[in-house]
Write a protein that binds this ligand. Structure first.
Ligand code: MN
Ligand code: MN
Length: 295
């Protein structure tokens, strides 16, 4: 079956849109399975599966002004060129007062987005991995160095990693030295997601938040189509609690590391639904206030 080539219900023009979805089809830094460059289009295709109405919030996506920009052209770019392009693109969106929604790509795209924001935002990274290596396979902009690169733009004390369950020894020790805040998935299993949210909230205080959602934070039984799957993950219902807890503070988000060639469709479906849930939640939280996504 053929589906339109844009995200379902993203019918608004760029000018009139509040939310702008854009694909970043880049996977040159993927270390285990490569195919995340095809994720933006697969996630768009999956979006046509869903109802436009969300009864949890009594909101219809049709009433939200969303624009799908399509994919950035990055085929011949090195990681650092890609990051630069992504920063420039995101800056333009923020200047126009748009709320950025990026679909990766591997995780290497995220520092590019975050660099477009002022330095005083907070970042929540939902990830099985710490991504705190300084360099990986000779590449500073690798998807294994994302949290490290982010910490060079915003203060490390404004970063929280949730769902962690894998780190290399050296990066783990370095993160301890630098006091990187994280709640690992074992603690979440033991103490519950509500407790993890409470801890993160009091740690980040009242800051505006950029959310980066590495799909591998979710257990591979729910999201097998990812570049570096890691057992003992959190559940999609945990994600709902996280979204409900933080969407009021969000200034932008991305979903990365979906790897369609290792998927039977369930991971793209989940990623697509998460985008819809977050957009609806952000909209619901701000629609009665003056519209101002601009940081
Ligand atoms: Mn990651
Ligand atoms: Mn990861």
């Amino acid at each position: 079956m053929n589906f339109p080539n844009y995200f379902a219900d993203a019918d608004a023009s760029l000018d009139e849109a509040d939310f702008v979805i854009f694909g970043v089809p880049y996977d040159k830094t993927s270390s285990f399975r490569k195919d995340a460059r095809h994720a933006p289009d697969k996630i768009r295709e999956a979006s046509w599966n869903f109802e436009t109405y969300d009864f949890r919030t009594d909101t219809d996506l049709k009433d939200i002004k969303i624009h799908d920009y399509g994919n950035l052209e990055l085929k011949n770019d090195t990681p650092s060129q890609m990051v630069e392009k992504v920063t420039k693109f995101t800056k333009d969106l923020l200047k126009k007062n748009k709320f950025p929604v990026a679909i990766g790509g591997d995780h290497s795209i995220t520092p590019g987005i975050i660099r477009a924001f002022p330095k005083d935002i907070a970042v929540i990274s939902l990830d099985a991995h710490m991504d705190f290596r300084d360099i990986y396979e000779n590449e500073k902009y690798s998807h294994a160095c994302v949290t490290k690169r982010i910490s060079e733009h915003i203060d490390i004390k404004n970063i929280a990693v949730i769902g962690l369950r894998s780190a290399e020894k050296e990066e783990f020790y370095n993160s301890k030295k630098e006091n990187l805040f994280f709640v690992d998935s074992f603690e979440i299993k033991k103490e519950g997601i509500k407790q993890a949210i409470k801890k993160t909230k009091s740690y980040l205080k009242n800051k505006k938040i950029y959310l980066t959602l590495d799909i591998d934070c979710i257990d591979p039984s729910y999201a097998p189509g990812t570049s570096t799957p890691e057992p003992f993950g959190i559940t999609p219902f945990d994600l709902i609690d996280i979204i409900d807890a933080f969407s009021q503070k969000l200034v932008g988000f991305d979903i990365v590391e979906v790897c369609p060639s290792y998927d039977n469709g369930e991971t793209s479906i989940l990623a697509s639904k998460l985008i819809r849930l977050i957009v609806v939640n952000v909209y619901e939280n701000i629609k009665n206030k003056d519209r101002n996504y601009k940081y």
